[in-house]
Design a protein around this ligand. Sequence first.
Ligand code: ATP
Ligand code: MG
Length: 322
Amino acid sequence: MDDFVTQSDLAAFAESKVNLPSDDAEAGRVRVKTLRDRLTQHIATNPDFDLVKMLHAGSVAKGTALRTANDMDLAVYVRDAAAPDDSQLVNWLRDRLREVYQGFLDSDQIQAGTHCATVTFKSGAIRNVDIVPILYEGDDDDFGFLIAKDTGDRLLTSVRLHLEFVRGRKVAYPRHYAQLIRLVKWWIRQQRQLDADFRFKSFMAELIVTHLVESGTPMTSYLDALEQVFGYIFKSGLRERISFSDYYKPSELPSTTEGVIEVFDPVNASNNVAYRYTESDRERIVNAAQDALGAIAEARYATTKGRAVECWQIVLGPSFHG
Ligand SMILES: Nc1ncnc2c1ncn2[C@@H]1O[C@H](COP(=O)(O)OP(=O)(O)OP(=O)(O)O)[C@@H](O)[C@H]1O
Ligand SMILES: [Mg+2]
């Protein structure tokens, strides 16, 4: 018997509900480019300016953003020697950005948040641009200390190499790779709506999916691919170390870490992206994956379309109608 919920149902749902429409993504990228260009002009007339350059980072740049995205990430490289203490950094950054965008943005459109500055536009699908500082000493590969916008952690990394990492996989696995990431992120979003304590960072999800795809997970059927992702999370318990050898040798990884979950930054073998995750965070993820797995299995054996859709709603939320 054919499944009541098929690949084309999932693909249609992804297209209409999950994915950021390409026009919105494009409008966002144009906006980010305008912000970057203005900084470049400012630097041309003020060569000693403390902000060195900007790079579009995050999901809109990578093509993995959800329709529900309300912010874009723009990394700003700050001359390390000029940066004040961490406690002052965001207010200082806000003031520098107000100098750069004077006459282009009202000063109240540029605010300091907890760990990043935010530019708010008055219209458009994605109105906020989070400007995340990276303390920089001129590294050729754009490595610097990223101040994580959710935690304030200082992370030695390169958002440019992250973009290259993801773009390379998008070329190797056209279309389905990015789609699978977005569907998994969508599932994460549903879990968060049900449980405010559920944590599963987008970047970590992206790396786990990348690992599975490279281990041979077939992606052309989203149904099978999602089943594989949840099956992996459930079976491994996320206790297996995940890393990539694009930018370092496996021997450069630490032999052990304190991390309950280990998913290493593909560009820095010392940076476990999951290092803050606790045992209860891990259990929540594994339990949710088990529920999703059970729901997908049940959907396969459902005797009515209505029941199959109900099962899939456990995975994709109430807006999935089959
Ligand atoms: N722990 C980390 N270590 C290194 N780089 C990180 C880390 N967390 C985030 N980044 C960088 O910041 C970027 C944005 O990460 P984030 O997890 O906010 O996801 P996103 O892809 O923008 O997804 P979302 O759609 O949820 O905004 C990543 O692509 C990566 O370059
Ligand atoms: Mg983001």
